[in-house]
Design a protein around this ligand. Structure first.
Ligand code: PSU
Ligand code: MN
Length: 314
């Protein structure tokens, strides 16, 4: 396999880059990274694997090459085969791995589904600058006591990748999440709205810290940011399409119910986000899953457009 010349040999030795991705990277064409926790721990089978394939197609339709990232048998995988996607969607040995877990998973030859944080890191090692997901992690409600702040926010502070999400779910404390991003110098930019979106809902009650109207503007911001040596990522918040949204007045009581159920079980740490996502799907009788799939596809389309616009600037 040809490894793009910009990747250092000792890093390339730990990676398997899908030929389609390697070719695009070598030629400087648009590539969009995708995470795998959303597949293994974010949605039930078989919707998860259907979503993963569908999102890759959306990225291709918009002129970019998809690169789903995971760790399999200790290898950093950048771009997956259909068989590898199926394994991630079904195998119970696939752990959720954030940045903390990355070295151990590679060193011991295990499988791992990468979160936003660890996907950003691996994407940046490969020279991929744009990444599409559903929702990022953030500051959990009650973090004043638990200190539960997603490593996604720390990675956004220092890794040069633009993460396209539908904002921050209200299982989290959206206000505190925006405060942490500001403290760390991370632009949280809403596309096409002056309000920061809340994943299932277009409205969160929080004004967008920054907002732009076009993907070309986003590409120019990325180019200037990194040219100036302002290290770190950008959180591009892309509101869920109107026809797919669940209004805040409907989803909030259901989210609160899921949080109560989680507290009753005494869950904490990395278990919380997957539990809450699964519980909300149960409580909404599948409606939240349909909304989740719609917003991920929309984010993939926008990320591909940003990647294409950015590739023309560099
Ligand atoms: N939010 C979602 N779906 C997801 C996740 C978050 O709507 O699948 C996953 C992402 O991989 C994200 C991770 O990076 O959960 C955050 O987990 P934690 O809060 O443990 O850092
Ligand atoms: Mn956490």
């Amino acid at each position: 396999m040809t490894i793009p010349a910009h990747i250092r040999p000792e890093i390339a030795a730990l990676m398997d880059i899908h030929p389609e991705v390697a070719e695009a990277l070598s030629a400087g064409r648009a590539v969009v990274a995708l995470e795998s926790t959303i597949i293994s721990h974010g949605m039930p089978f078989p919707k998860n694997v259907e979503m993963a394939r569908g999102v890759e197609d959306v990225i291709r339709e918009h002129g970019a090459v998809p690169a789903t990232i995971a760790v399999l048998h200790g290898r950093l995988k950048i771009g997956l085969t259909p068989e590898e996607l199926h394994l991630l969607a079904t195998d119970k040995d696939v752990q959720k791995i954030s940045t903390r877990d990355l070295a151990l998973t590679v060193a011991l030859g295990r499988h791992g589904a990468t979160t936003v944080a660890s996907t950003m890191w691996v994407a940046s090692l490969a020279g991929i600058r744009v990444f599409a997901t559903g929702g990022t992690g953030g500051v959990h409600r009650g973090a004043g006591d638990t200190m539960d702040i997603s490593a996604d926010l720390m990675e956004l502070a220092h890794t040069d990748v633009c993460v396209v999400s539908a904002g921050v779910k209200s299982i989290l404390d959206i206000g505190l999440t925006l405060e942490v991003l500001e403290t760390q110098g991370v632009p949280a930019i809403t596309l096409g709205s002056t309000e920061f979106p809340a994943f299932y809902s277009r409205q969160s009650g929080f004004p967008a810290p920054l907002s732009v109207q076009t993907v070309e503007e986003v590409a120019r911001i990325l180019k200037v940011k990194w040219t100036l040596g302002l290290a770190g990522g950008v959180m591009l918040a892309n509101p869920i399409p109107l026809e797919a949204e669940i209004p805040a007045s409907e989803i909030m009581p259901q989210i609160n119910q899921a949080l109560e159920d989680m507290n009753a079980l005494g869950l904490s740490g990395k278990e919380t986000t997957p539990y809450l996502l699964g519980r909300i799907v149960e409580i909404t009788e599948g409606r939240s899953l349909e909304a989740n799939i719609a917003l991920v596809r929309h984010n993939a389309a926008v990320a591909a457009q940003v990647a294409v616009a950015y590739a023309q600037l560099v």
